[in-house]
Design a protein around this ligand. Structure first.
Ligand code: PEP
Ligand code: MN
Length: 271
């Protein structure tokens, strides 16, 4: 693949990113939490459930890139403060999205990992800005993007001096309408062939269907992914964003119980 000076696979070891003791790229990591931070009780209750089920990091959006300008846009600074409180209470590091280059520096003071969403994958000003902060970046694949375009966006971040990029496949647009997007699981082994960067799967936004999240999570482990990012809400029917696709704490706990033995089994057959 052309022009990948820093993102391309080399003889060097694969990238491992330490996030408050969680080693992304070495451990199989599960990031879970609500689509958006809506209130302190919603976020903290969900965070406790994620922690109890064995999740490794907490996700939650304080800035939401919504299709409609009239939809809930997130709580902004108040949401970040709530996330920091949830981290304090559970010990879970936090992953949150940044959508505006002007916000990167101060959002990075709260976040442990900054997320770049699918709609902003090719926002080069934003990529350059997050390339200059000292926090790892979760770079979601653009919904219309090739692997080459995606890796070039990672290259933008790396070339600004930030070596800590985690790729996230979250589904691409195809002619299929039954699922919200089409999960391209082949991206996992393909990215492993092309790059040293860790890659995780988002089974929530890729399928948009509760019933498909567990099977595709299991398939992600089998494909060799470095982790998952899953939406969980303490009361999905009242969620202000992506209500139809959030797992309840019980469903999430059930999935975690099935995932962990599978990881052990796969390790034993891969080595
Ligand atoms: C999200 O993670 O809540 C999100 C908006 O994801 P994506 O950018 O993949 O649509
Ligand atoms: Mn969402």
């Amino acid at each position: 693949m052309e022009n990948l000076k820093l993102a391309a696979k080399t003889d060097r070891q694969r990238t491992v990113i330490n996030v408050r003791g969680v080693e992304v790229g070495r451990d199989f990591v599960v990031i879970a939490g609500p689509c958006s931070v809506e209130s302190e009780s919603q976020t903290i209750e969900t965070a406790m459930a994620v922690k109890a089920a064995g999740g490794d990091l907490l996700r939650g959006g304080a800035f939401k890139p919504r299709t409609s300008p009239y939809a809930f846009q997130g709580l902004g600074l108040q949401g970040l403060k709530i996330l920091a409180k949830a981290r304090e209470e559970t010990g879970l590091p936090i992953v949150t999205e940044v959508i505006d280059p002007r916000d990167v520096t101060w959002v990075a003071e709260f976040a442990d990992i900054l997320q770049i969403g699918t709609r902003n994958m090719q926002n080069y000003a934003l990529l350059k800005e997050v390339g200059r902060v000292g926090k790892p970046i979760l770079l979601k694949r653009g919904m219309y993007s090739t692997l080459s375009e995606w890796l070039n966006c990672a290259e933008y971040i790396l070339s600004e001096g930030n070596p800590d990029v985690i790729l996230c496949e979250r589904g691409i647009r195809t002619f299929e309408t039954y699922t919200r997007n089409t999960l391209d699981l082949s991206a996992v082994p393909a990215i492993k062939e092309l790059s040293h960067l860790p890659i995780i799967i988002d089974p929530t936004h890729s399928t948009g269907r509760i019933s498909l999240i567990a099977p595709m999570s299991m398939a992600s482990v089998a494909a060799g992914a470095d982790g998952l990012i899953i939406e969980v809400h303490n009361n999905p029917s009242e969620a202000l964003c992506d209500a139809d696709q959030a797992l309840t704490p019980d469903l999430f706990a059930d999935l975690m119980k099935r995932l962990r033995p599978l990881q052990g089994f796969l390790k034993s057959v891969q080595n």
